[in-house]
Design a protein around this ligand. Structure first.
Ligand code: PLP
Length: 395
């Protein structure tokens, strides 16, 4: 299966790190949260880290590789963080419960059907250990999924001896649910679906996904990774929490890293059957892991619909700008429902990344069926304009 380029692999690869770039920072237009200042501080830390490792320090003008939120935190979350500073000497006690209650009320499930974590990656690892590496569920087994999807849970399951049965995408770059259903055998332990899918940005029609989950979960658990679900309007989201409330063997993971901008703060959650989450606690520190500061910020951000709407609208605007630029250059793209866009490129992946990086743009690439693709995250409108300037120059 094609391997997506993870943050970890990117840092490991090192090829780009030695590029020795001397690009000057240009100043982008500011908006509500002044992402320029925020990003500049973050990038400076990155540059310092490169220097500490004895590597040439690149100057990054647009960091659009990891599907982060370029607009920063909700003003209310920032306020909550400042107020929470004095609680940092204590373990979190009631904050997790408070956030779980908020999530449960909004999603129509019980608080016991919500489990918090320090980012959803922790939950993906815990699920892999639980399902494929524990005495409770038996080692190994087959995980049914799609090709060209998010590899974290799958990669971890493989380490525990699981076999990954990955079905090709449809020609629209979507999960092929019909073929997946036909591939279920007595060996199939679990189905993993990423929706919206990373790296394609595509979504499954909500009613199709709900019907699939209902039918398949009668036989085996269905795990849906909804890291990017917040980029869909609430009315367009598949009603999977309702399936959990009705007692189906379905569980979801979500993250605050995307629309809430918590990639560095680390907060995520799972929604699933109570008994399953109870057992999963043994493989993760759960709600005791996120810091009290993060939890308080999460409580504020979760209720700040205005900020989420703002980020969604800005994402749409910047994505449209990108679409237009690609079209003008005669490039096709996969229409995206998330904060990144996948499109085929006419250059080898490493060369594309290197040339982009040489012009201060940090982006990412992948290969699928021997075709190279760029997966570019949606930054601010100014960052996308810069991406297009550089893109037009190098292709
Ligand atoms: C599909 C998907 N799931 C899960 C994650 C993990 O995110 P986090 O650990 O920041 O919650 C990511 C991160 O990019 C992702 O793309």
């Amino acid at each position: 299966m094609d391997q997506p380029v993870s943050r970890r692999n990117w840092l490991r690869a090192g090829a780009l790190l030695t590029a020795g770039l001397t690009v000057n920072r240009s100043s982008f237009g500011s908006n509500l949260w002044n992402p320029v200042t925020a990003n500049a501080q973050h990038e400076q830390r990155l540059v310092n880290e490169f220097a500490r490792l004895g590597l040439a320090a690149p100057q990054i003008k647009a960091r659009i590789a990891f599907n982060e939120n370029p607009h920063g935190l909700s003003p209310k979350a920032k306020e909550a963080i400042v107020k929470a500073v004095d609680s940092g000497n204590r373990y979190a006690m009631f904050e997790g419960q408070e956030l779980k209650k908020l999530i449960a009320a909004r999603e129509g499930v019980k608080p016991e059907q919500v489990m918090l974590s320090a980012g959803s990656s922790e939950l993906l690892t815990a699920m892999a250990v639980y399902f494929t590496g524990s005495a409770a569920k038996g080692k190994g087994g087959t995980i049914l999924t799609s090709q060209f999807t998010y590899d974290d849970f799958l990669g971890c399951s493989k380490k525990f001896g699981a076999k990954i049965e990955a079905v090709p995408l449809t020609k629209e770059y979507r999960y092929d649910l019909a073929t997946m259903k036909a591939k279920i055998t007595p060996e199939t332990k679990l189905v993993y679906i990423c929706n919206p899918n990373n790296p394609t940005g595509t979504v499954l029609p909500a009613s199709e996904l709900v019907a699939f989950c209902k039918e398949v979960s009668a036989k085996i658990p269905v795990f849906v990774d909804e890291a990017y679900i917040d980029f869909l309007k609430p009315e367009d989201r598949p009603a999977l929490p309702k399936l959990v409330a009705e007692g189906h063997n379905v569980f979801l993971t979500r993250t605050f890293s995307k629309i809430h901008g918590f990639a560095g703060l680390r907060l995520g959650y799972a929604i699933g059957p109570e008994k399953f989450l109870d057992e999963l606690q043994d493989y993760s520190r759960g709600e005791w892991n996120p810091s009290v500061t993060t939890l308080k910020a999460g409580i504020a951000s979760y209720q700040d619909d205005e900020w989420q709407n703002f980020c969604r609208t800005e994402n749409d605007k910047a994505r449209e700008l990108l679409y237009k630029g690609l079209k003008d250059k005669g490039y096709e793209y996969v229409p995206s429902y998330a904060n990144f866009v996948l499109f085929p490129i006419r250059m080898k992946t490493k060369q594309f990344e290197k040339e982009m990086f040489g012009n201060g743009v940090l982006t990412s690439t992948r290969e699928y069926n021997a075709q190279p693709y760029c997966r570019v995250s949606i930054g601010t409108v100014d960052e996308m304009a810069l991406f297009l300037d550089v893109f037009n120059k190098i292709v």
